[in-house]
Design a protein around this ligand. Structure first.
Ligand code: MN
Length: 342
């Protein structure tokens, strides 16, 4: 493993580079990837962004998003394989476990180029040659900003990049209200605003660009797919495959729904179960100081941040996942009671 500072000198004009990010890429994943691409293009490198699954509609305004290659698209897939074969560097942004690439994981693993991880998730895997990794960073976009500053290239952060970076910082901090929102986060954002980034327009593009189906879907989940378990201070939500069909649910439409569970007085955590063809996807959110990443990794093959984690349960049975929860929740009762009294 080498120091990231040694990397700057190797990023010479003409160097072929691939940037990739996690499955179901969110605003931090796409924002950091496109901002980093913009920066490397300014240094004269040949850069493509490739993703394991589709970019959500509310992120497609970002500069460069129309050029992103999606591994789930059969035409793109072939291009991605040859790009990975030729790349001298593969930048892995906003993830540090290869399984988060899903179908793309094997291709990246066998890619001959040097791997560079830029990420803020806990427990990074040891697969890369360079790491710029800090769990205290609220977002990968914040790390991209910091790294460009460390390399003395502030003037290269242009408006397009600034908009991408702001998007990831805004969403990964829950619009600046999650406990990860440090003074540094606000300092970075203040600098982006000074550079002319229109934060209000970005907020509207990301959050106020829903199709009416999406709002009806949300209404359905809140009205019919939510339960509050007072003894566990837990809000439980679930979405069936049928629900997703009925409301014509698109990539990204389930994003953020889990957070509603924390709005109930007394709730210290919230779990959303989403039925997918290959299993149940779980999202966990909690309030400080209750940690959900350990729960996610211990019982649901997952992990993540202290207050925001993911997991999975197979087979694709919602009842099965709920039964598993009923089994393991009592084991957490003492921790729940400890935290609720703080
Ligand atoms: Mn992130």
């Amino acid at each position: 493993m080498s120091s990231i500072s040694a990397l700057r000198a190797q990023l010479r004009p003409g160097t072929k580079v691939v940037i990739t990010t996690h499955f179901n890429p969110d605003s931090d994943a796409i924002g950091s990837s496109l901002a980093w691409q913009n920066y490397l293009l300014q240094l004269g490198l040949e850069v493509r962004v490739v993703v394991p699954s589709a970019v959500a509609a509310n992120l497609q305004w970002m500069d460069g998003a129309d050029q992103i290659l999606n591994f789930e698209d059969t035409v793109h897939k072939i291009a991605i394989e040859s790009l990975l074969q030729d790349a001298e560097f593969v930048f892995c942004l906003d993830f540090s476990g290869l399984q988060r690439l899903h179908g793309l994981s094997h291709r990246v693993t066998i890619a001959p180029g040097k791997k560079v991880v830029i990420d803020h998730h806990l427990n990074p895997e040891d697969f890369a040659d360079y790491y710029y990794h800090r769990t205290t960073a609220a977002s990968t976009c914040e790390l991209i900003y910091d790294l460009i500053q460390e390399w003395g290239d502030d003037e290269k952060i242009n408006l397009e990049m600034g908009a991408c970076l702001y998007s990831g910082i805004m969403t990964d901090t829950g619009s600046f209200r999650h406990p990860n929102t440090t003074a540094h986060v606000h300092e970075v954002v203040a600098r982006l605003i000074q550079k002319g980034v229109n934060t209000n327009a970005i907020h509207r593009r990301i959050f106020d660009s829903a199709h009416i189906d999406r709002l009806r879907f949300l209404g359905h989940v809140l009205a019919n797919r939510m339960e509050y378990l007072p003894e566990y201070h837990l809000t439980l939500m679930w979405i069936t495959e049928e629900d997703q069909k009925q409301f014509n649910s698109q990539a990204g439409d389930t994003e953020g729904i889990v957070n509603y569970g924390l709005q109930i007085a007394g709730s210290i955590w919230s779990i959303l179960l989403i039925q997918r063809p290959d299993g149940i996807k779980l999202s966990f959110r909690s309030i400080e100081p209750f940690a959900v990443n350990e729960f996610a990794s211990q019982y649901f093959e997952g992990g993540g941040h202290k207050n925001a984690s993911g997991g999975r349960f197979s087979p694709s049975s919602l009842d099965g996942a709920k039964e598993k929860l009923q089994e393991v929740l009592p084991l957490y009762l003492s921790e729940i009671n400890r935290v609720k009294n703080l």
